[in-house]
Design a protein. Structure first.
Length: 320
């Protein structure tokens, strides 16, 4: 099979910024989410599981240092020479006072062997337009000696009606303002998009990519909507009022979106995965490797690549 990458791969993105391959180590700092603790709501987003994509290790009393010590050997087992990125992943990791955020980030930056930080949060947890204190604290990590800071921001869809139906609690304009404010401080932004949310049409992913192309993002993670135990979508699925996308349907939408995506944007994820035991539907999502192989084969068959429709129609980009 043709070995040329059909999308901008993480290995090239991180090699250019950190000098080699990376492994992300997921950490749970015990943050909550404004959409769960009553700040703006309690139900959470319709697709979110009860753990907020976290490991639950903080609730077990494990400090960040203890989590790091436990998980680093596992991260390096497959890639012994990889650079290590601390990934504050669970819930919304800037949903705290600037003082607490500063303490958590200082602790994270001091972890042995850490080369950079990835931090997942919401665009409405960054004080954009209201002093931006938490954004300044995050950017301050660059002054603590870490050369790489990535902010993982969930957009999911650029359609405000789809966001409202999913219970996101913010709109696309809020996301755009947060991206611009973070990028202006030297923070890389990785946007998250989701295909197949209730009320979203087949063109939603491509339209959302068109929206991202206007913003200073560095990377994107694509997700197919999963039905997970404990998520509100599970109730709709059980009632027969929500049907997740078929693999072929998602791959078709994903190729169309990739063809429209700027070639400089790194694609850090293409398929969602659930925690063990949480996936209810679709069953095909349990085999992520097979789905990725099917996507790659179809793009080769069509002789297409990231950015072909809008930016690089004549040849595969060099991804440099």
């Amino acid at each position: 099979m043709d070995a040329a990458p059909r999308w901008h791969p993480p290995r090239i993105f991180f090699a250019a910024r950190l000098g080699g391959r990376v492994r992300k180590v997921p950490l749970d700092a015990g943050f909550s989410c404004p959409n769960r603790d009553g700040t703006i709501g309690r139900a959470g987003c319709s697709f979110c599981n009860a753990a907020g994509s976290g490991t639950g290790r903080h609730a077990l009393g494990q400090s960040l240092a203890a989590q790091w010590a436990a998980l680093v050997p596992r991260a390096l087992a497959r890639e012994p020479r990889a650079k290590l990125l601390a990934y504050l992943q669970a819930y919304s990791n800037t949903h705290a006072s600037p003082q607490r955020l500063r303490a958590v980030l200082a602790e994270t930056a001091a972890l042995p062997g850490v080369a950079g930080l990835c931090l997942g949060t919401r665009s409405d947890c960054l004080d954009v337009g209201a002093g931006e204190a938490r954004l300044d604290v995050l950017a301050g990590v660059l002054r603590l000696g870490l050369p790489f800071v990535q902010l993982d921001l969930g957009l999911q869809s650029a359609d405000d009606a789809v966001l409202s139906r999913a219970g996101r609690g913010h709109d696309a304009a809020c996301f755009a303002a947060a991206v611009s404010a973070a990028a202006s401080r030297g923070v890389f932004v990785c946007a998250h998009l989701m295909f197949g949310l209730p009320g979203a049409g087949p063109e939603d992913l491509s339209r959302s990519v068109d929206f991202l192309n206007t913003l200073p993002i560095a990377a994107v993670k694509f997700h197919n909507t999963l039905v997970c135990r404990g998520a509100r979508l599970a109730g709709l699925w059980e009632a027969g009022t929500f049907v997740p996308a078929r693999r072929e349907e998602y791959i078709e939408a994903l190729i169309a979106a990739l063809e429209r995506l700027r070639p400089d944007v790194c694609v850090q994820r293409l398929f969602a995965d659930a925690a063990p035991g949480e996936l209810l539907a679709p069953t095909w999502a349990a085999d992520k490797a097979a789905a990725l192989d099917a996507l790659r084969r179809e793009m080769i068959r069509r002789n297409t690549w990231q950015g072909r429709a809008a930016f690089s129609p004549l040849a595969l980009p060099a991804w440099t």
